[in-house]
Design a protein around this ligand. Structure first.
Ligand code: ATP
Length: 319
């Protein structure tokens, strides 16, 4: 690397800083950051990365960057994020940044239609494009396809999986009738019993999930299967001060019908030993009568809560 060249240099709080090389030593390179003229940061050779020519230009696929390295990849994703473009490709891998707010029209039926049958890269990066590629590959190769959704807690894995299911069932489930409805409806139920508030995510999945979507010989959705594993059982008895037990308990307290309230002696979550010692705050979107009704609509809880379920829930509500 030459003196005066524009580079990215590691920074403890900002990840990388853009600057110009002012000295090349035996083991380190010294860089003057553009946002702090007169100051200098030294770093090992292999931690200083060449920068793109244009600082604010973004690309939809990181592979299209002139210099692909840790710093330029992060910068490209950052620039796109500031423009509300949360998805970026690295070839056929999709990187998603959790926006923590609803991007208008991002997952609507109209958007689903735009992605149907389009090759990867034809349309802006999107989780629907990945779902569509998997579907098209299944059709043409006549082989099962897998989509691996990975990331740290709160990264958006659960939401992304739901969007993939929505895409597949809405696009290719037209002949499947109630099956597509059931696949999508199973989510609220699984989340009620397997998701909880943690310090990192108000709707954290406390179990692993392997979701299968089955297609028939006409390539339409014919069914699905969800295997779950490693549920965090200790949460049933103990929760951290800012964490909660599983959603279902709070939802019952918030929105159970009168007869169920009487049978279970439901009052406020603060009054119960196993759910009252952590955070007992309700979340307006999650803990409502509507949400509980959604859980119950998910077939297994349909109708009045049965006797066996009452006794099951009673275990969760000992004083
Ligand atoms: N694409 C998105 N658009 C808007 N909000 C999102 C999106 N993805 C995630 N979120 C928000 O971030 C929250 C956390 O996401 P999610 O539950 O999917 O994370 P996760 O990776 O599954 O976490 P965990 O591993 O803890 O289960 C969601 O409840 C939602 O509010």
């Amino acid at each position: 690397m030459d003196g005066g060249k524009k580079v990215w240099v590691p920074h403890p709080s900002q990840g990388f800083k853009l600057g110009r090389i002012i000295d090349i030593g035996a083991d380190t390179i010294t860089v003057e950051p553009f946002d702090a003229p007169g100051s200098a940061i030294s770093a090992a050779y292999d931690r200083v990365y060449p920068a793109e020519e244009y600082d604010n230009k973004d690309v939809e696929d990181n592979c299209a960057l002139m210099y692909l390295n840790e710093a330029t990849l992060l910068n490209n994703i950052r620039i796109r994020y500031t423009k509300n473009h949360i998805y970026t490709y690295v070839a056929n891998i999709l990187i998603a940044v959790n926006p923590y707010f609803e991007i208008p029209d991002a997952y609507s039926s109209a958007t689903i239609k735009k992605y149907q049958g389009k090759s990867l890269g034809t349309m802006p990066p999107h989780v629907f494009a990945i779902a569509d590629k998997a579907y098209r590959d299944m059709r043409s190769l006549k082989m099962s396809q897998s989509i691996i959704v990975s990331g740290e807690s709160g990264a958006g894995k659960t939401e992304s999986t739901k969007y993939i299911l929505k895409y597949l069932t809405e696009s290719w489930g037209t002949h499947a009738g109630p099956i597509e409805e059931r696949i999508v409806e199973s989510n609220p139920l699984l989340e009620a019993f397997g998701n909880a508030k943690t310090v990192r995510n108000n709707n954290s999945s406390r179990f692993g999930k392997f979701v299968e979507i089955h297609f028939n010989d006409k390539n339409a959705v014919a069914g699905g299967f969800i295997s779950h594993y490693l549920l965090e059982k200790s949460r049933i008895c103990v929760q951290g001060p800012e964490e909660r037990n599983y959603h279902i308990f709070y939802r019952l307290c918030a929105g159970a019908p009168e007869d169920t309230r009487k049978k279970l002696g439901l009052t406020s979550p603060d009054n119960f030993h196993y759910i009252g010692r952590g955070c007992t705050q309700y979340f307006c979107q999650n803990d409502t009568e509507k949400k509980l009704a959604q859980d119950r609509k998910s077939k297994q809880l349909k109708g009045n809560i049965s006797k066996s379920k009452v006794s099951y829930f009673k275990q969760g509500f000992p004083y």
